[in-house]
Design a protein around this ligand. Sequence first.
Ligand SMILES: [Mg+2]
Length: 366
Amino acid sequence: MTTENTILLDMFPWAARPVIILALLIASVAGAVAVHFLLWALFKRFFGERYPVLHDIILRTRAISRFAFIMVAFSMAVSVAPFRPRVANGTLHRGKRRTAPTSDRKRMIRLPTPDLDRTAMFLDIDGTLLDIALTPDSVCVPKELVHDLALLRERCGGALALVSGRTLEDIDRLFAPLRLPAAGAHGTQVRPDPDEPIGHLTRPIPAELRAKFTALADRPGMFIEDKEVTLALHYRLLEDPTLPAARVAEVEAAAAQTGFSLLHGKKVLELKPAGTDKGSALRAFMAKPPFSGRVPLFAGDDVTDGYAFAVLESLGGIGISVGRTFPGAAYQVAGPAELRQWLHVLLEPSVGEQKELGTAAFVYRP
Ligand SMILES: [Mg+2]
């Protein structure tokens, strides 16, 4: 497996290429001969009599220069031709582009096509299923997604779980009336059966540590989200969204002394019990039916999902990263909208090895 995501995105089918190349060759020859003839006529008209020796040399080498003109014209035509394959990476649309915008084209896209009867599906929420919003409460949950998740869970024999930094209460509220197996607060809460009650906090955050962590939110635009089992410091709204490294290190040291740890996410810093993360949650799920014995599939977008991707590798699972590359994630999608689209497509009865999905930007890493 390579570390670079690659896929060849082709505008035209292979069968059409000989025709396009032939057309380019004919156009190049015609254009080059015309330009060559024009330049020769101009030289003869204005300089032919003044420089007879040069005129004689050009006349004798006219066939060679015409051939050179044709080759240059053909090379230029091929270099700007729209059938040139492009190598895409996680940021599919970045870099040189000599072709039409991606949204204007249809592409053949290779997708993971898991056998849902044998798959245990684990999905992160923010930045993976849902577009990230300025605050955790302002995210939008599409109704179609709730519907698709309910159907997917059925198709997976119940083995579909949400794995998030949010609490289970928050997850249930977001996707209501749907209740799914879920892991909340970065693996601090694990609920394989959605009909089970949500577990209660067993390790409260020490008051002194709580105060130190809370004190980090000392600028307008920063706020603390108290999830009881964990604390999250959000700083997305800051003009300069950075944290003072020295003070964070101080809190980190205090956390380590009391069995807690800090987790750096996307413009959020979380204080949580040490030893629990999304990777440990994934292992806990895989040890119990209906998840056990299946191939785990995990989709995530953030540094905090790296723990799950690492566990996934050891279990031989399928990883899908959203919007960025991750070690352990063989597939990548551009954003939550593309992931939702892919989930929807999985529900179609005729999903094949390759699926034409219009403008979606999936990247496959063989
Ligand atoms: Mg996320």
